[in-house]
Design a protein around this ligand. Structure first.
Ligand code: SAH
Ligand code: SF4
Ligand code: F3S
Length: 470
């Protein structure tokens, strides 16, 4: 996609106006407009929804917890795989259906917006009122106004080379961890991936600006920050690289732990690995997306590393960082992937023994290089069979890795419970980001946000169990 900076118009220039009359008739709002916002996709999208809340609240919009109460329903969408994409179409129909013909405005935000604006407007059964891409959220009040006042379909999916929202403080939920986007966009163009098209080019926030926000987060009671970016370790602002950013963030008092996601294997100089190893606040946890263990497939994906180089990087990381917890992403069934090539992925998974892995069946995305160059020729049932074999192997490795912690002592950061079952249980995470269920003594005064010492007593493939050490 071309990065354009032209002023957006209310109607996509390549669509005739006459086709666009299916919009929702909506009187100008008489009271504070009520908004319901639903988020799909990755953490960056969750973060963007927090930005959208701040931007609209400033303009007197009110966020409501129930879709039924809202004048405006906005879906912040994801386009990474076909499944994510289909889900949103289903949701739009369900929202309209639940209103029984009563008016509601529907806006599409996020990655699908950029990728599919024509399709979204053209599908008259959807009756989308406005569309805003990831770099256009500051224009949302204007876009909504255009849609309401002029009864037009409005859109802005312009991708910016500069927008980082450095001047917007997100409306975060309370908790112990705050996500903070330090860079946006991606220049890598892995051939399977839609992100460079939906989110545009890489750009980073100044270190001082990130540090200011982290100080504010510490004042607001957050104990941990997770630095976010589509390609977070290619962060660069003037002379500052990602290692120096981590060092500066770690100087903020009150922040006890720092994590980051998602890095790319190509941007891991020793200096960065050493910051992970030596800075006590930077957690010994790295998410290192592999995608495939076969060189021909890696080349077709344009991942820029070989199997050997990836394994060399893992060795280097493990040598430098003690107790490193490693996770990864894998795609099965990339175009033309043979059984033998898939087995290379399995053998790498067995050799490296990641603590956990997110696994995906290849999903062809419109506009990507792979969709233009390669046929999506691995059968769906082959993809399913491969992902199941991969998951079985990884599940056992994860289980054994978790069991290896039994008997160890860990410091965990207690967090709000979504998993606990009984009153004398709390949950937290190890430095390596493993979920720990901790049995607390009856007289315990520990609370969410505390760092506590525990002894690991048991493990499942999903979590560790522990007793509190007093
Ligand atoms: N920037 C991140 C990736 C974000 S997408 C990174 O490089 O790690 C998260 C994961 O989704 C990717 O790592 C990849 O494994 C998977 N993914 C991306 N595009 C996909 C596609 N077209 N089909 C299947 N999985 C895909
Ligand atoms: Fe997509 Fe590759 Fe960029 Fe990750 S690094 S967002 S997989 S293009
Ligand atoms: Fe999806 Fe966009 Fe994130 S495509 S995974 S919401 S960057």
């Amino acid at each position: 996609m071309k990065i354009i900076n032209q002023k957006p118009t209310a109607v996509p220039p390549d669509l005739p106006e006459a086709n666009l009359n299916g919009g929702t008739p909506m009187p100008r709002f008489q009271k504070k407009p009520q908004v319901f916002l639903e988020t799909y996709g990755c953490q960056m999208n969750e973060y963007d929804s927090e930005l959208v809340r701040t931007i609209l609240k400033k303009e007197n919009y009110e966020f409501v917890p129930k879709e039924q109460e809202a004048d405006i329903v906005m879906l912040n969408t994801c386009a990474i795989r076909e499944h994510a994409h289909r889900k949103v179409y289903g949701r739009v129909h369900a929202i309209r259906h639940a209103r029984n013909g009563k008016p509601v405005m529907i806006g599409i935000l996020g990655c699908m917006a950029t990728n599919l604006r024509q399709e979204l407007f053209q599908d008259r059964s959807l009756k989308i009122d406005f569309i805003a891409g990831p770099d256009s959220y500051k224009r949302l009040p204007a876009l909504i106004d255009e849609a309401v006042v002029d009864g037009k379909k409005s859109f802005d999916v312009t991708l910016s080379e500069f927008e980082t929202y450095a001047d917007v403080y997100p409306s975060r939920k309370e908790g112990v961890n705050a996500w903070i986007a330090v860079m946006r966009g991606c220049n890598n163009f892995c051939t399977f991936c839609v992100v460079p098209y939906t989110r545009g080019r890489e750009r980073s926030r100044p270190v001082t600006n990130v540090v200011e926000e982290v100080k504010r987060l510490a004042d607001d009671g957050f104990k941990q920050v997770t630095l976010l970016g589509q390609n977070v370790n290619s962060y660069r602002h003037e002379e500052d690289d990602f290692a120096s950013l981590l060092e500066e963030v770690s100087k903020v008092k009150g922040i006890e732990r720092i994590r980051f996601t998602s890095p790319h294997p190509k941007d891991f100089p020793d200096r960065l690995i050493d910051v992970v190893a030596q800075n006590p606040k930077v957690c010994n946890q790295i998410h290192l997306p592999l995608q495939s263990g076969n060189d021909r497939v890696l080349e077709m994906m344009d991942r820029t590393y070989t199997r050997q180089e990836f394994m060399g990087l893992v060795d280097n990381m493990r040598k430098r960082v003690s107790n490193l917890v490693l996770s990864t992403d894998v795609i099965v069934g990339f175009p033309t992937e043979t059984e033998e090539e898939f087995e290379d992925t399995l053998s790498l998974i067995r050799q490296v023994e990641f603590d956990s892995a997110f696994t995906f069946k290849y999903s062809q995305r419109k506009g990507t290089i792979a969709s233009k160059k390669y046929p999506d020729d691995v059968l769906e049932e082959t993809k399913t069979e491969r992902i199941m074999r991969l998951n079985d192997i990884q599940k056992e490795i994860t289980y054994q890795k978790n069991r290896a912690h039994i008997g160890e002592t860990h410091t965990i950061l207690l967090e709000p419970a979504t998993h606990t079952k009984s009153k004398n249980e709390m949950v937290g995470r190890t430095d390596g980001n493993k979920l720990v269920i901790v049995t607390t003594p009856a007289a315990s005064t520990h609370k969410v946000g505390d760092m506590v010492q525990v002894r690991i007593t048991d493990a499942t493939p999903h979590a560790l169990k522990s007793d509190m050490l007093l």
